[in-house]
Design a protein around this ligand. Structure first.
Ligand SMILES: NC(=O)C1=CN([C@@H]2O[C@H](COP(=O)(O)OP(=O)(O)OC[C@H]3O[C@@H](n4cnc5c(N)ncnc54)[C@H](OP(=O)(O)O)[C@@H]3O)[C@@H](O)[C@H]2O)C=CC1
Ligand SMILES: N[C@@H](CC=O)C(=O)O
Ligand code: NA
Length: 427
C-alpha cells in the first residue's frame, strides 16, 4: 500500500498534537483509509527551537515552499496560522493540486470563499473542522448532519480562552490578567491574545458558522463584536445574583431570510444548557426549523482536542482520494445576504446604573424607557455605601434602535451618575 504523504506547516501546539495522533493512532488510521499516513515534511519558523516532540531533523524546513512544492506530498496540513503569507501558500498548494486541511479561522473567515473557489476549480478538498470550536465536529454537523434542515439560530461559546477566563473569574474570583496568562501557557490563546479577549477570534468563527448555517456569504464585517476586557468581577457577581452566568456568546439569528450576527459578553439564564459550559469547553447550540434544539459540547482549544479535528479532516481527504471524489463537497453559499437593521434586531438587556439616591429617581428612569417603548422585566435597587444607589434593570425584548435611544437619553439625564454596564441577556 503506497503511503499518503502529508506536509505539515507549523509544529506548535496543534502541529505537535497532529504528529502525536498520526503516529499514535497509525494502525487505526491506516486501516480506515487503506494505506499508511506519513508526515513527510514539516515547516517551522525556527529550526533551532527545542521541541516537546521527537522529530527527525531531516524532515524540518524553515521554508513552507519546500513543503508545498514537494511533488511527493499529496495533502498540506496548515497549522501555522497567519493570514497574508499563509493564504498565498494555500493558494499555491491548491494550484499544484494538493488538498488542504487547516485550523486557521482567521484565514477562512476572511478569504474562505476565494480559497474554496480555487479548491473547486482544482478539484481539491479544503477541510477546516478545527477552525471552529476545536474538537467539536460542528462544521461537519452543519454541512452534513443538518443538510436537510433550515437553520434559524446558532448560539455558541466558541472561544476557549475567554470562557476559561470568565469561568475562573466567576468561580474562583481570579484576576483577569492571571487567568489570561494561564490560558496562554496552556496553549489556548492565539499568538496575539487580543483577538481572543476582544472577541475577534469568536467573530471569525461565527462568520464561518453563519455562512454554513444560513448558506449566505457572511463576512467578518457583518458580525458586530465586543469582547470581555471590560467585564468586571462585579458584573459577574451581579449577573449571578439575578440568576445568570456571564458568557462571551456568538449569536447568529435568522428570521425569514434576514439575519443578524454578533459576539458579545452576554448574561445567560442559568437554566439554559449553554450557561453551564465552563473552562476551556465550547458549546454550539443550533436551532433548526425541523430538528428543533440541539447542542454540541467539547474542548474548544488545546493540543489534542484541536488535533483530533485536524486528523479527522485528514482521514476524510484520504478517503476521498481513494474514492476519487475530492473537491466535491465545498459548500457554496447561494443566498442573497440580507442583514437585519437596528430596528429589526431585538433582545433583552441588562443595565447597571449608578444613580442619585433620592426620591423620584426611579420614576424618571422608567419614564425614559416608556418614551422609547422599552418595557421592563425587573428593576432592583440597592443602596450602597456612597451617596449613589445602584439600579439593576432587565428589559423585555427591545429593538437595538430603541435601546440606543434610551442609552443616549441616559447620558444627559441628571439623576444618572454613570451607566456602569449594559449586557445582552439570553434565556
Ligand atoms: N491552539 C489552539 O488551541 C487552536 C489553534 N487553532 C489555530 O491553529 C493554528 C496554529 O495554532 P497553534 O498551534 O496554537 O500556534 P503556535 O504558535 O503554537 O504554532 C505555530 C507554528 O507555526 C510555525 N510558524 C509560524 N509562522 C511560520 C512561518 N512563516 N513559516 C514556517 N513556520 C511558521 C511556528 O514555528 P516555530 O515553532 O518555529 O515558532 C509554530 O511551529 C492557528 O491558525 C490557530 O488559530 C485552532 C484551534 C485551536
Ligand atoms: N484561541 C482559540 C483557540 C481555538 O480556536 C480559543 O481560545 O478558542
Ligand atoms: Na470543530
Amino acid at each position: 500500500m503506497k503511503p499518503v504523504k502529508v506536509g505539515l506547516l507549523g509544529l506548535g501546539t496543534v502541529g505537535t498534537g497532529v504528529i502525536r495522533i498520526v503516529e499514535g493512532h497509525q494502525e487505526d488510521l491506516s486501516s480506515q483509509v487503506g494505506s499508511p499516513i506519513v508526515i513527510e515534511k514539516v515547516a517551522v519558523r525556527s529550526m533551532d527551537k527545542v521541541r516537546n516532540i521527537a522529530i527527525d531533523s531531516s524532515k524540518l524546513t524553515d521554508n513552507p515552499l519546500d513543503v508545498i512544492r514537494d511533488p511527493e506530498i499529496d495533502v498540506i496540513v496548515e497549522v501555522m496560522g497567519g493570514i497574508d503569507g499563509t493564504k498565498e501558500y494555500i493558494l499555491e498548494a491548491l494550484e499544484r493540486g494538493k488538498h488542504i486541511v487547516t485550523a486557521n479561522k482567521d484565514l477562512m473567515a476572511l478569504h474562505g470563499s476565494e480559497i474554496l473557489a480555487k479548491a473547486q476549480e482544482k478539484q481539491c478538498d479544503v477541510f477546516y473542522e478545527a477552525s471552529v470550536a476545536g474538537g467539536i465536529p460542528i462544521i461537519r454537523t452543519l454541512i452534513e448532519g443538518f443538510s436537510s434542515d433550515r437553520i434559524m439560530k446558532i448560539m455558541g461559546i466558541v472561544n476557549g480562552t475567554t470562557n476559561f477566563i470568565l469561568t475562573k473569574m466567576s468561580q474562583e474570583g481570579a484576576s483577569y490578567e492571571d487567568v489570561l496568562k494561564e490560558a496562554q501557557e496552556l496553549g489556548y490563546a492565539e499568538s496575539d491574545p487580543t483577538s481572543d479577549v476582544e472577541g475577534l477570534d469568536a467573530a471569525r468563527k461565527m462568520a464561518i458558522l453563519g455562512t454554513l448555517g444560513f448558506r449566505t456569504n457572511v463576512e467578518l464585517s457583518d458580525v458586530s463584536v465586543s469582547g470581555i476586557s471590560s467585564v468586571s468581577k462585579e458584573d459577574i457577581l451581579y449577573a449571578k445574583q439575578l440568576g445568570y452566568e456571564m458568557k462571551l456568546l456568538g449569536i447568529a439569528d435568522r428570521q425569514d431570510e434576514q439575519f443578524s450576527i454578533s459576539v458579545q459578553p452576554t448574561m445567560v439564564k442559568k437554566s439554559h444548557p449553554i450557561a453551564s459550559v465552563n473552562g476551556v469547553f465550547n458549546a454550539v447550540y443550533v436551532y433548526g426549523e425541523a430538528v428543533g434544539e440541539t447542542m454540541f459540547y467539547g474542548a474548544g482549544a488545546g493540543e489534542m482536542p484541536t488535533a483530533t479535528s485536524v486528523v479527522a479532516d485528514l482521514v476524510a481527504v484520504v478517503k476521498n482520494l481513494k474514492l476519487g471524489v475530492n473537491g466535491l463537497k465545498a459548500i457554496v453559499p447561494y443566498k442573497v445576504k440580507k442583514l437585519k437593521s437596528d430596528e429589526e434586531i431585538s433582545y433583552k438587556n441588562f443595565l447597571l446604573l449608578h444613580v442619585e439616591d433620592k426620591a423620584g429617581v426611579l420614576a424618571r428612569i422608567t419614564q425614559v424607557f416608556a418614551e422609547y417603548d422599552v418595557s421592563l422585566e425587573s428593576v432592583v435597587q440597592s443602596p450602597n455605601e456612597h451617596t449613589d444607589a445602584e439600579i439593576m434593570i432587565v428589559t423585555h425584548d427591545a429593538s437595538q434602535a430603541n435601546m440606543n435611544k434610551v442609552l443616549q437619553h441616559f447620558e444627559s439625564l441628571d439623576v444618572i451618575r454613570r451607566i456602569k454596564s449594559v449586557y445582552r441577556v439570553e434565556g
